[in-house]
Ligand binder design. Sequence first.
Ligand code: AMP
Length: 187
Amino acid sequence: MNAIILGPPGSGKGTQGVRLAERLGVPKIATGDLIRAAMKDGTPLGIKAKQYYDQGLLVPDDIILELIAEVLALPEAAQGLVMDGFPRTVAQAEAVDALLAKRGTQVDRVIEFVVPEQELMDRMLKRAAVEGRADDTPETIRRRLEVYHEQTAPLVAFYEKRGLLTKIDAVGTVGEIAGRVSEVLGG
Ligand code: AMP
């Protein structure tokens, strides 16, 4: 099962992705986590990504396409994976399709987490206070939401056209939302 969790920053993709991956018995892989680790380790990817990351902008596709190729070649992802935070652009979505096709698989399901804008702002400001993420300042939060609408939201139509997308109301308790995700994916 190759599943994608699509949704704006702060919509709970990470929290739900872990639970979903456990249930499906596949890894959850988040490009955001990989980028944060690369920045911490000071790798070439981390150094290139930092200026975009810190401003709340997407890291350019040429950099991310390489990262996605590495992720989809991981042996632990051979039986499937939950993709959290990627693809984020149409070019990335096309790359995911091509890389999975090479492996003889495909995107099986895309779940879109729907959360009202004000709730997203509130959640991320709260998270900023707890985690102290560099990209969780009010200004970058607003920028990340704009970037989502401009560059990532077109993926909703991209996957809807193929009949792969299900929208989920992602407001509620962690358990309630996990239940809605399970309904979509069966089991
Ligand atoms: P996230 O943890 O998914 O919210 O991502 C945090 C930041 O990492 C984003 O604001 C981007 O700067 C960068 N990032 C993560 N995943 C991607 C991606 N697939 N494409 C471009 N930039 C990304």
